[in-house]
Ligand binder design. Structure first.
Ligand SMILES: C[S@@+](CC[C@H](N)C(=O)[O-])C[C@H]1O[C@@H](n2cnc3c(N)ncnc32)[C@H](O)[C@@H]1O
Length: 213
């Protein structure tokens, strides 16, 4: 099998939203600290437990490590990111691994434009870059691309993570409940670790499972 497809979705074609965080595209000229060269440990566990299932979209997929892993486990996988260099790298990696993933250059705040529905949407480190107003947009966007009873699985830095090194917003459990209210059911929010290149044993994180009601 071969990978690949770069599709610029409608609104993204005009203006790709790069989040309120640093210019992500530039960071992909090198290897950014979140790009760990393997899937997050939590995703490996959740594939094994069957929580990552069916048609999967990885939102803010970066260079595709998690998406490629999901596809290697036999899942039907898409990945979307607003950074062209990330998507180019993801396509190259998938091709090298001879695995089929549909990578799309586009805006996770407008997932409805994909015209696709997913059973599982995963997010490693995207939600925590959004402003409060973008969080509301993101919740609606996720809902528009989710099958009924589909589940959003999110891994983000938690408020337990020290602020001394900068980085993205830290997220509290309350904030997750406040964002995913109507038409969502929060199944759990668990304390865990997020793997990075510079954290021994991972950074303090939250793993959330949220189902479209
Ligand atoms: C911290 S990185 C994490 C990347 C990847 N999930 C990983 O774990 O390696 C956040 C990613 O979100 C992407 N991003 C930021 N805003 C976005 C948006 N509105 N739509 C799609 N992707 C976005 C960035 O380009 C970046 O690749």
């Amino acid at each position: 099998m071969t990978s690949k497809e770069v599709t610029l979705t409608g609104r993204a074609r005009e203006k790709i939203h790069t989040g309120s965080h640093p210019p992500f595209n530039e960071s992909y000229r090198g290897t950014p600290p979140w790009d760990i060269g393997r899937p997050q440990s939590e995703w490996v566990k959740l594939v094994r437990s069957g929580e990552v299932r069916g048609r999967v979209l990885d939102a803010g997929c970066g260079t595709g490590e998690s998406a490629i892993y999901f596809a290697q486990q036999g899942l039907d996988v898409w990945g979307i990111d607003s950074a062209p260099l990330a998507i180019e790298k993801a396509i190259r990696k998938a091709k090298a691994c001879e695995v089929k993933v549909r990578f799309v250059l586009g805006d996770a705040l407008h997932l409805g434009e994909l015209g696709e529905k997913f059973d599982t949407i995963t997010d490693t480190g995207l939600f925590h870059v959004f402003s409060d107003s973008d969080r509301a947009l993101y919740s609606a966007s996720l809902r528009s691309a989710m099958k009924r009873n589909g589940t959003f699985l999110m891994l983000c830095f938690s408020t337990k993570e020290p602020a001394d090194w900068g980085g993205p917003r830290r997220v509290s459990e309350d904030e997750i409940h406040q964002t995913f209210t109507r038409r969502w059911k929060v199944n759990y929010v668990k304390e865990t670790r997020i793997d990075t290149q510079f954290h021994e044993g991972g950074g303090h994180a939250l793993l959330a499972s949220i189902t479209a009601a």
